[in-house]
Design a protein around this ligand. Structure first.
Ligand code: GLN
Length: 283
């Protein structure tokens, strides 16, 4: 079979499996598996595909058609221009989350102490270390498997960071000193438990522990905003990813806990994706 025929077969398989952006995803698989460019496939000038690779391609298309996310099938995904290894122990890096990294690099420079809490693959903390290389970056997660993935990413990207297993509901004092960080950034689990059943089928492949934010989706925000304030220096900033239905509660919680400069930022789709605030200078 030529690659063009394989492409057409793969496309039909993904479309019949209900994959929304089937064309894009088949191209990713073709490029990943055969290492060829699109123009040559479309022009149909390439020799017949290697049988073993063709089998692998069909196997990947079947798994995708059954709902497994493309990123887990190919095992890596791009975030902030860097390539991150991903597996089912971590959330897939989303473009929306780049809003947090962009906000920080637009507003900070130099040497900072940064904590990425609930780091998963490490995409936020490692991108920050890449873009603010003088900074000390600490990545924490409760999941040992996620930390292993983050460690592999740190190695592959040659970034010198500290990784630490940590349950944020134990409070910061168990792990860090007072006034230790200039920035705490986090994309914590924030889906309401009652919404976990009705997730898009792709999300069901992602780790529940990275998504379930308790009955109101606020469980981890409330710990971070109230308890972890002590780990911020006076004037330091907590920067949180928010879901569309948690942003106002996060905003109010920052005000209740007497933070200042509370702000929101939208992602490239126009959805509020970031809520941030600063610890006051006095406390
Ligand atoms: N952004 C994810 C979603 O859209 C949720 C990520 C999270 O809970 N931190 O479902």
């Amino acid at each position: 079979m030529t690659l063009k025929q394989l492409y057409n077969n793969g496309l039909r398989k993904l479309e019949s499996g209900g994959v929304a952006d089937a064309r894009f995803e088949v191209w990713v698989l073709i490029e990943e598996i055969f290492g060829v460019n699109r123009a040559d496939v479309i022009a149909d000038i390439l020799p017949a595909a290697d049988t073993a690779l063709a089998d692998r391609f069909f196997d990947c298309c079947s798994r995708r058609a059954e709902g497994m996310p493309l990123q887990y099938i190919i095992g890596h995904w791009e975030f902030m221009g860097l390539d991150f290894q991903v597996d089912s122990s971590v959330l897939i890096p989303r473009q929306d989350t780049e809003t947090l990294v962009e906000y920080i690099t637009e507003n900070y420079s130099g040497r900072l102490d940064i904590l990425d809490m609930c780091c998963g693959s490490g995409c936020i903390g490692l991108s920050l270390k890449h873009l603010l290389p003088e900074s000390r970056v600490v990545l924490c997660d409760i999941s040992r498997d996620a930390l292993e993935t983050a460690y592999r990413n740190a190695q592959a990207l040659n970034l010198d960071v500290t990784l630490k297993q940590c349950d944020l509901t134990n409070g910061y004092k168990e792990y860090f000193g007072e006034n230790e960080f200039d920035i705490i950034v986090s994309n914590p689990p924030y889906i309401k438990s009652s919404d976990m059943q009705s997730l898009q089928r792709e999300l069901a492949y992602e780790p529940r522990i990275a998504l379930d934010g308790g009955p109101d989706g606020m469980k981890y925000y409330s710990w971070l905003i109230s308890d972890w304030k002590g780990a911020l220096r006076p004037g330091a900033q907590m920067i949180l990813e928010s879901g569309f239905d948690t942003q106002n509660d996060i905003y109010l919680m920052f005000l209740e806990c007497e933070y200042g400069d509370v702000l929101k930022r939208r992602d490239a789709n126009g959805t509020v994706r970031l809520v941030a605030a600063k610890k006051g200078l006095g406390k």
